[in-house]
Design a protein around this ligand. Structure first.
Ligand SMILES: *[C@@H]1O[C@H](CO)[C@@H](O)[C@H](O)[C@H]1NC(C)=O
Ligand SMILES: *[C@@H]1O[C@H](CO)[C@@H](O)[C@H](O)[C@H]1NC(C)=O
Ligand SMILES: *[C@@H]1O[C@H](CO)[C@@H](O)[C@H](O)[C@H]1NC(C)=O
Ligand SMILES: *[C@@H]1O[C@H](CO)[C@@H](O)[C@H](O)[C@H]1NC(C)=O
Ligand SMILES: *[C@@H]1O[C@H](CO)[C@@H](O)[C@H](O)[C@H]1NC(C)=O
Length: 385
C-alpha cells in the first residue's frame, strides 16, 4: 500500500530540504529517477512515495508534460467530478499516478513466476521506433460470475488468432480464476506449450478505492484495473465482449488510441497505449475526483473531454472500434436477423463491441445464425462467415 505520511511540519521541512535536490534534478531531466526514494512536491499533499511502493514503469513517465498540463487537465476533469466539483483543487493534487503494484502476482499458466520487470522487458521487445505500443493484449476476467460464456470464448479467440499478441495477459482477482466449458474450450485451443508461452496470468486485488475515493461498482473497479495494467506494460486493453476483426498493428504507431462510442464519449472497452503514455497517466490521476455513483463519467465522458483538451496525445478512431453504437437503431444491425447489410464490418472494423446484448449461442447454433453477430463469430471460429 502507498504510504501517506502527514509529517509534523518540522520533520517535513527537514525532509523537503533533503529531498529538494533530488526533486529538482529529476524535474530538470524530466525523468523522475525511481532508483532513489523520491518526493513529488505537491505542497498541500505532503505525499511521500517510497521506492519500494512506487509502481515500476516500463518507460519513464513524462513528468514535465504531466506537470505543465496539470491545470488544463483539472479544467477538463471538473465537469465530470460530480459531488467533488467544489473541492477539486483540494482533492486533485497529484499530477503523477499513485497506486501500488506490490500485490500483483504474475505467472505462466503452469505456475512459473515472473517479476513485473521481466514481463515489461518482453513487452518492450515488441516496440520499435515509430511503433510505441507493444504487441500485448490485456483482458480483465469477470470477477463476479467466473463462468465464461460463449461470446467470451469468441472474444478471447479473436484476440489470439486475429490480433495475434506476443503475450496475452489475463487479469483476475484472487480466487476468481475463470471456469466453465467455454473457458475449457479456449484453454484447449492452444497446445500446452503454446499456452504456457503466450499467456501471462496476473492476479491482483480488486481495488476498493482509488486515491482517497471509494470504488465499489464492479465495472468501475475493472476500469481502474485496466488503466493500471496498460500504464505499467503498455498494449491493447479489450473488454471480454469485444471481438477483434482485423490486426490492430496500424494503430500501434500512436501513443494512445481509443474509439468513439457516442458524440460525447469515447469507450474505455477498447484502447491501446504505449507504456507510461501521458494521456493514460493523466486519465489515472483524474480518478482523484472519481464519482462511483455516476455511470459513464470517468470511463466515457472524461476521455472525450480530455481528448478535446489534448488532441495531440490521443488518437480517436471514429468508426472502427465502437460502431455500431448501442442505440436501438444501430444495435439491431449486430443482432437483427437479416440486418447485416446495414454495416460493412469486414471493411470498417478493427474490432466490434457487443454491448452485452449477445444471445446464448453455441458452436452448432452459431453456424446458422443469420446476423452480423453470427457472421463475425463464424469468421473468428471457422475462418469463413
Ligand atoms: C514546492 O511547491 C511550492 C508551491 O508550489 C513551491 O513554492 C516550492 O518551491 C516547491 N518546492 C520544491 C522543492 O520544488
Ligand atoms: C503539455 O506538455 C507539453 C510537453 O511538456 C508542453 O509542450 C505543452 O505546452 C503542455 N501543454 C499545456 C496546455 O500546458
Ligand atoms: C450512434 O451513431 C449514429 C451515427 O453516427 C449517431 O447519429 C448517433 O448519435 C449515435 N448515438 C449516440 C447515442 O451518440
Ligand atoms: C445449441 O443452442 C441451440 C439453440 O439455443 C439449442 O437448441 C441446442 O440444444 C444447443 N446445443 C448444444 C449442444 O448445447
Ligand atoms: C483455435 O481457434 C481458431 C480460431 O477460432 C481455430 O481456427 C482453430 O481451429 C482452433 N484450434 C483448435 C485446436 O481448436
Amino acid at each position: 500500500a502507498i504510504m501517506r505520511l502527514r509529517l509534523l511540519p518540522l520533520m517535513l521541512a527537514t525532509c523537503l530540504s533533503l529531498m529538494a535536490a533530488v526533486y529538482h534534478f529529476s524535474a530538470k531531466t524530466s525523468v523522475l529517477q525511481l532508483s532513489a526514494a523520491w518526493i513529488v512536491n505537491q505542497s498541500e499533499a505532503n505525499l511521500l512515495v517510497f521506492k519500494a511502493q512506487a509502481p515500476t514503469y516500463a518507460m519513464p513517465l513524462d513528468i514535465e508534460a504531466l506537470r505543465l498540463n496539470f491545470s488544463k487537465l483539472k479544467d477538463a476533469t471538473k465537469r465530470h467530478s460530480g459531488p467533488h466539483r467544489g473541492r477539486l483543487d483540494q482533492m486533485m493534487l497529484n499530477y503523477v499516478p499513485v497506486f501500488s503494484t506490490t500485490e500483483w502476482m504474475l505467472r505462466s499458466p503452469s505456475g512459473r513466476r515472473f517479476t513485473i520487470a521481466e514481463v515489461q522487458a518482453v513487452a518492450k521487445s515488441t516496440i520499435r521506433p515509430g511503433v510505441p505500443v507493444p504487441n500485448v493484449a490485456h483482458f480483465v476476467l469477470p470477477f463476479g460470475d467466473t463462468q465464461l460464456q460463449f461470446h467470451h470464448m469468441v472474444s478471447l479467440l479473436s484476440c489470439l488468432h486475429v490480433m495475434k499478441p506476443h503475450r496475452l495477459m489475463l487479469w483476475y482477482a484472487p480466487g476468481r480464476l475463470p471456469t466453465g466449458r467455454w473457458w475449457d474450450r479456449v484453454r484447449k485451443n492452444l497446445t500446452e506449450v503454446e499456452w504456457d508461452e503466450r499467456i501471462v496470468m496476473v492476479q491482483r486485488p480488486v481495488p476498493k478505492s482509488v486515491y482517497s475515493v471509494p470504488v465499489h461498482g464492479r465495472e468501475h473497479q475493472s476500469d481502474v484495473m485496466r488503466l493500471e495494467a496498460v500504464l505499467i506494460f503498455g498494449g491493447v486493453y479489450l473488454d471480454i465482449d469485444v471481438l477483434v476483426l482485423k490486426p490492430l498493428d496500424p494503430l500501434r504507431k500512436f501513443d494512445f488510441t481509443i474509439g468513439r462510442e457516442v458524440s460525447y464519449g469515447l469507450c474505455n472497452g477498447i484502447f491501446m497505449s504505449a507504456p507510461s503514455a501521458t494521456f493514460l497517466a493523466m486519465w489515472h490521476t483524474a480518478y482523484q475526483v472519481f464519482d462511483d455513483n455516476a455511470w459513464g463519467d470517468h470511463s466515457v465522458k472524461l476521455p472525450h473531454s480530455m481528448q478535446l483538451a489534448f488532441p495531440d496525445l490521443c488518437h480517436v478512431e471514429e468508426d472502427s472500434l465502437d460502431r455500431p453504437n448501442w442505440t436501438s437503431e444501430e444495435v439491431v444491425w449486430i443482432y437483427g436477423i437479416g440486418q447485416q447489410h446495414h454495416w460493412d464490418w469486414r471493411r470498417k472494423n478493427y474490432a466490434v463491441y457487443l454491448y452485452g446484448k449477445f444471445n446464448n449461442e453455441n458452436l452448432s447454433s452459431v453456424r446458422s445464425l443469420n446476423s452480423m453477430y453470427g457472421e463475425m463469430c463464424r469468421y473468428i471460429l471457422f475462418g469463413s462467415s
